[in-house]
Ligand binder design. Sequence first.
Ligand SMILES: [Zn+2]
Length: 463
Amino acid sequence: MLALLGLSGTAQQPQPGAGIKAYVSTSAPVIALTNVRVIDGTGQPARERQTLIMRDGMIEDVGDSTRVMPPAGAEVLDLAGRSVLPGLVMVHEHFYYPTGPGVYGQLGESFTRLYLAGGVTTLRTGGNLNGYMDINLKRAIEAGDKAGPAIDATAPYVNGRNQFQQMNTVTTAEDARQHVAYWAGQGATSFKAYMQISRAALGATIEEAHNRGLKVTGHLCSVTYREAADLGIDNLEHGFLAATDFVSDKQPDTCPGQALGQQSLAALDENGAAFKALVQKLIDKRVALTSTLTVFETFTPGRPMPPGLDVLAPSLKQQFEQAHARVSQNTTSNYVKLFPKAMALERAFVRAGGTLIAGTDPTGSGGVVPGYANQRQIELLVEAGFPPLEAIRIGTLNGATYLGRDKSVGSIGPGKQADLVVVGGDPSTTISDIRKVEIVFRRGVGFDPAKLVASVAGRVGLF
Ligand SMILES: [Zn+2]
């Protein structure tokens, strides 16, 4: 290590602090990855036998091993048989989890480590139920005090009258303006509207957020996708599965119930005029759609157990296993039709030119485990019919572009931040290889996923 001092100038990233040292596998100022397959996140074909040079947290160069040579003094990692991808950029993440009836435990401390271990280097939280945790963790990670991804921190949900004990009630446009002003002032960098919001409150939320250069997404129900697009919303969550546009007697500003909306969707023809008109509206208004197939998979009978359950505290693991058993027995569930339909609708949206981004939504009945689920989400996009390179792009560059961070993250190239995932094998042909994470680089610091996971294993649910 000492021999490398002085190689870098004043721009050098801070060396890992005490809070993250335990998880770091390499933090040399100059690192060369050699003999590696590069999947650059843009959707371009994988390139074999590449060398990638990181210096002071940035990618200095990447190219054929015959052209790019490791600089003198660099730490060289021979990665034959492995692939390097951009760190995942995922946009429907949370720092809370269902821990008991009607109660969501605040688990940002363990979740941020699990996300990083899973290869997520940038995330947006998609609504929060804790007030300050998302914002405080964002700052602590940015300062290098904690291990985790870069965070786009949402404010607490913007919602109308609702049943959640941990949620604010925003009924008027004026309430919405105050909510946005307060949380933007506290450091929130995005907003999420929820199922009972009124059009007036949503419109005011969007206006106030946009005045501050911030974006708004929504998991809607009371407001249709078409109405939200016309109000200027930036993003809609859960693919089309939260759309109530096709409920026949839908009353304005009223949620007819998620189940009713989903029944109308299960019967929807993705090649029909009604759906195509909505898709065109979203494209015309530049509304991005977030795929969260992971959470819907846990509601669908006949699907495998989700990955990562072993890190949960035993009581939470047991709680989910019971939920999974109940789901498995309910073979007449609407999700039997709805889950493949969700995939077909997302595919049709992209084929028509829509922007799809990805997230996991670790809520539901508790089986969506951060980090593991992000890998699973990419696998499910492939199952939905996207080629692996396109699925990877949806989970990397598309997310970064939506967040306005694509100049620095979401793809691999000279001048980009060194946020990278090294995996065994070749996910461009075998997507499940995306689970074989060996090193995760954040701003050029290499983290050991096994150490991150070990620091929380069996206790996820407590902190
Ligand atoms: Zn969510």
